[in-house]
Design a protein around this ligand. Structure first.
Ligand code: SF4
Ligand code: SF4
Length: 206
């Protein structure tokens, strides 16, 4: 019949229109800000810096390698590398960011900084209510404002954080085993040195 397709299309549209008022699974909007939808686990807004332990400054995983700063497409990360080093989570002396700022008025939430970070130090937050009247200083976040404990990361991205934690724990086991092997080798060498000194030289003791 002529126009049958058009009528079918209109019927489908009318069904969807009416359903959007009465069908629970089609009610995809809420009356914000009175109602809020909790962000899904895969949600990403702006980056945060993860730290281990209780001291945000000492525990920052970032080693100021500046890879994220170089790779960030709109260049909204600003890092100043420290002059000295501090032990990282594996106990290895590392540089740290004396300054680490992100201009979230420029950030496009692409997550490239997260993908390129070799130290699991930068992750995406799910908080989106960040509006401010100060569009310059208010949206330029420093390392203290960006720092979040690992337990926060575990809360917002539990699956991803579980994988990261397992990898870091395995790295720690490997690193401890390596350090122990090196220390055992040094101790064995030190113990062997006096024995070699005390052993009789050729021709002595005959
Ligand atoms: S999410 Fe993208 S734009 Fe934002 S800081 Fe990271 S790399 Fe830059
Ligand atoms: S966040 Fe990661 S990639 Fe960026 S400077 Fe720190 S360690 Fe390097």
């Amino acid at each position: 019949m002529l126009g049958e397709g058009i009528l079918k299309g209109l019927a489908e549209t009318a069904k969807n229109f009416a359903g959007s008022f009465f069908s629970a699974e089609r009610l995809t909007t809420v009356e914000y800000p009175e109602d809020r939808i909790a962000p899904i686990e895969a949600a990403r807004v702006f980056p945060i810096l993860i730290y281990d332990g209780l001291d945000w400054e000492a525990g920052l995983r970032c080693v100021a390698c500046q890879i994220c700063e170089k790779e960030c497409p709109p260049k909204c990360i600003f890092i100043e590398k420290s002059k000295d080093k501090k032990p990282d989570v594996l106990g290895k002396p590392q540089f740290y960011p004396a300054a680490f700022d992100i201009d979230i008025s420029v950030c496009m939430s692409c997550q490239i900084c997260v993908e390129v970070c070799p130290f699991e130090a930068i992750k995406m937050d799910t908080v989106y209510e960040l509006s401010t009247e100060d569009r310059f200083e208010g949206l330029l976040l420093d390392r203290r404002q960006l720092a979040r404990p690992n337990r926060y990361y575990q809360q917002i991205h539990p699956t991803e954080a579980g994988v990261v934690d397992a990898r870091l724990a395995a790295d720690k086991v490997k690193s401890d085993a390596k350090a122990k092997a090196a220390s055992d080798a040094t101790a064995a060498k030190a113990a062997a040195a006096p024995a070699a000194q005390n052993s009789p030289k050729p021709g002595e003791g005959n």
